[in-house]
Design a protein around this ligand. Structure first.
Ligand code: TXE
Length: 488
């Protein structure tokens, strides 16, 4: 049984509600979870408020940086156990889960390092006997809501800067993948975080999540998840004019010009599209390939997709795990049907795997659609599964036009041997991250976020800390006197 964590105590839900989390590999139960209702949301927000108004407010940046560095150490100490938990809960390979723990550690270390690096600035007031400075203050109580594809990593992108800036927090992991977040809260307890600074709610988005974002005691909401939920959350944040940051996924172009190393580019296209079964907000799910290369490229891509080994994330031979849930696989399968009905050519996958040992899990074979064009829904919508579409282009202008022909704008890539072309295309793409001759790497010190419907705000980098800070101007007149503005 896993509990809520409110005001420094592990607790059942006030109404005794529970839910099960299951293993997506075989649909067997993994654990029972307390399921928060509105009374628990009220208690968590009240605890966060009390902590914000209490000693945490007087904590120094140095204290908070030391805490984040300690969490980084504990994450590494528990690396194997955390990776195992994450793999079981999400279905991803344990290798990828290890990389997630390492990336999470790097994020805590980064914000431990930068927390105190910028204490504000002194400005020239342009007049005598005045000093004027800008200071940074925490925003207040932050509601941090994470999705199921990178549970540990996504909550940490929010939690590390929120705490570094001196906020208090109420976090809610996805109901589908809460276990690594529960473990992370355990590490904060071990590091003796004061009660109320970090509160954990487990539960459904439509109940606990909705009550949390609607709560008037919350000053800031940071959310990563689907577009529709993001729109609801932004509407909730409007009531009371609360701050909001949203990361809402993407439909990311991966543009391939002729002339780069063939094996390298096909290999990277596979990783871009099928890492974590394509359940990645920045997945390279929309390949845009130059005419002269197209036919050999798609043939090799499909052949290699057919060889991807599916299985349990814990099996070292596995290259792709299952999708997260039956409902999510059904959504992806609807897109496969839609792609077929829209006239795309199915070159690989499109089916559940035939192996009997995979029948109970939520598997779908890596799927390659060629002959796609920009009007198809399977090209425009975020499918968020192991489905890649291939379009073709002949000129650089056409590649740019296609790459920007999306309502989203999270990430994209360009593969070319021509450095000038690489810079021109990267400069013209309207996406928050552009890779040149690579796909997927991100850096804790570099901003991450989207243009268009991919969201608002930025995580990581200095801007990721800014999201959690108020800026205050302190104007100090050291020699005050009458203004003589009014004569009477
Ligand atoms: O996400 P939701 P879902 C996309 C992807 C996927 C689609 C739907 O296309 O198919 O979203 O996935 C909480 N108030 N991404 O339905 O609902 C929920 O409990 C407050 C892209 O699983 O957005 C969970 O903690 N919270 C994405 C979190 O929101 C609410 C990653 C995300 O769930 C809520 C995941 C509400 N009303 C899915 N409703 C990315 N950007 O990487 C739900 N939640």
């Amino acid at each position: 049984m896993r509990y809520l964590y409110i005001a420094g105590k592990w607790t059942e839900a006030a109404d005794g509600g529970t839910a099960q989390t299951i293993n997506p590999f075989d649909a067997t139960p993994l654990d029972t979870l307390a399921e928060a209702g509105t009374a628990d949301v009220d208690a968590a927000v009240a605890a966060a408020r009390e902590a914000f108004d209490g000693p945490w407010r007087r904590s120094t940046v140095t204290d908070r940086a030391a805490l984040l560095a300690k969490i980084a150490d504990l994450l590494q100490r528990d690396r194997e156990q955390l990776a195992h938990t994450e793999s079981l809960d999400t279905g991803k390979t344990v290798n990828e889960a290890r990389a997630d723990v390492d990336d999470t550690t790097a994020v805590f270390r980064y914000y431990a390092g930068v927390a105190g690096a910028d204490a504000g600035r002194v400005v020239d007031p342009g007049r005598a006997n005045v000093t004027s400075r800008i200071t940074h203050e925490p925003v207040g109580v932050c509601a941090l809501i994470a999705p199921w594809n990178y549970p540990l990593l996504q909550i940490s992108w929010k939690l590390a800067p929120a705490l570094a800036a001196g906020n208090t927090t109420v976090i809610k992991p996805s109901e589908l993948t809460p276990l690594s977040t529960v473990a992370l809260v355990g590490l904060f307890e071990e590091a003796e975080l004061p009660p109320g600074v970090l509160n954990l709610l487990l539960g459904q988005g439509g109940t606990a999540g909705q009550a949390l974002v609607a709560h008037p005691g919350v000053d800031l909401i940071s959310f990563t998840g689907g577009l529709g939920t993001g729109e609801k959350i932004m509407a909730a944040a409007a009531r009371g004019v609360r701050r909001v940051a949203l990361e809402l996924g993407g439909k990311n172009p991966n543009i391939v010009f002729d002339g780069t190393d063939f094996d390298t580019v096909v290999d990277n296209a596979l990783t871009a599209a099928f890492l974590h079964s394509g359940q990645v907000c920045s997945a390279g799910a929309r390949l845009i390939v130059q005419d002269s290369l197209h036919d050999s490229f798609v043939a090799e891509l499909a052949a290699r997709a057919d060889r991807i080994r599916l299985g349990s994330g814990l099996d070292p031979q596995t290259e792709c795990g299952p999708l997260i849930s039956a409902a999510h696989r059904a959504k992806v399968e609807r897109y496969v049907q839609l792609g077929l009905s829209e006239g795309a050519d199915l070159l690989a996958g499109g089916q559940r795997p035939p192996e009997p040992n995979l029948a109970a899990g939520f598997f779908l074979r890596p799927t390659v659609f060629a002959g796609c064009h920009r009007e198809m829904a399977v090209v425009q919508d975020e499918v968020f599964g192991p489905v890649v579409t291939v379009e073709r282009f002949s000129t650089e202008e056409e590649a740019i036009r296609l790459g920007n022909d999306t309502a989203y704008g999270l990430a994209g890539a360009v593969w070319t041997a021509d450095a000038g072309q690489a810079e021109r295309v990267a400069g013209a793409l309207r996406h928050g991250t552009v890779w040149i001759n690579d796909y997927h790497p991100y850096l804790p010190q570099a901003e991450w976020g989207g243009f268009g419907k991919s969201g608002i705000g930025r995580e990581l980098g200095p801007s990721g800390l800014d999201e959690y800070q108020e800026k205050k101007h302190i104007y100090h007149n050291t020699s005050p006197g009458p203004t003589h503005w009014f004569s009477g």
